[in-house]
Design a protein around this ligand. Sequence first.
Ligand code: AMP
Ligand code: MN
Ligand code: MN
Ligand code: MN
Length: 276
Amino acid sequence: MIFDLHCHSTVSDGLLSPAEVVRRAAANGVGVLALTDHDDIGGLSEARAAADDCGIRLVSGVEISIEWNGTPIHLVGLGFDDSAKAMVDGLEGIRLGRIERARRMSAELERIGIPGAFEGAMRFAGNPKLISRAHFARHMVEQGICGEVYKVFENYLVPGKPGYVDHRWATLTESMAWIHGAGGVAVIAHPARYRVSPQVLRSFLGAFRDAGGDAIEVVCGSHTPEQVAQFARTAIEFGFLASCGSDFHGPEESYVDLGKLPRLPENLTPVWEALV
Ligand code: AMP
Ligand code: MN
Ligand code: MN
Ligand code: MN
């Protein structure tokens, strides 16, 4: 059975609709899929209907943007009740913050001679409430400011660059309360991607465990084989379940396609054992 428990649709910064994501996953042989849009669960009902049509299982999912000790971190929630009020209201709060942040990013870009980025990015946002740096990047590529999306991030949209602004996301405590309050499982997304020292990462792993965190992505689209081995050791040391997800955003903007992932190492407990 192929599991893919991390991917995006046009409800956040993906390029395919929820139904298209599900159909592509099914065509790639995925048997259990979680759609995990950033800070929004509005795609789950469409995805669930498409999954029923294709005969695959859809697990409810979301990728929550949090800030821990000044570091932006992503937590994936899986298998929760998507009508739970605290989760629905909490995500709405993050989305409101995104629009205000996008206006500040645009003002910073304007100061260095790039006007109109807010409006430009909005044209790329399938869901205006989920305006993201990815939409700014696509707009700036279209404008010829950089040749490729990753270059826009490198030159403009990461800490220390002119289009990056600090932002208050959800906290670890509140995001865990939303996920667990809705009966779900909390997973650290792509642990290799945070721009922190090994010591700070370790202290986050401890804080996540102490907050009741359940799992970590051991296999993910952006991990090298060495990183898979590293986070397999982390899972064992901290007693985390192991998850596996592509982080697919679209055919041309992803590390790997839906379901095209290596298997989880044998000695780990897969997160799907907690998703009965
Ligand atoms: P945001 O949630 O608005 O901070 O935007 C983060 C999103 O931008 C991530 O979920 C990725 O989809 C995308 N992203 C982040 N860093 C990069 C990068 N270096 N290259 C391409 N896309 C990136
Ligand atoms: Mn994204
Ligand atoms: Mn992420
Ligand atoms: Mn993601």
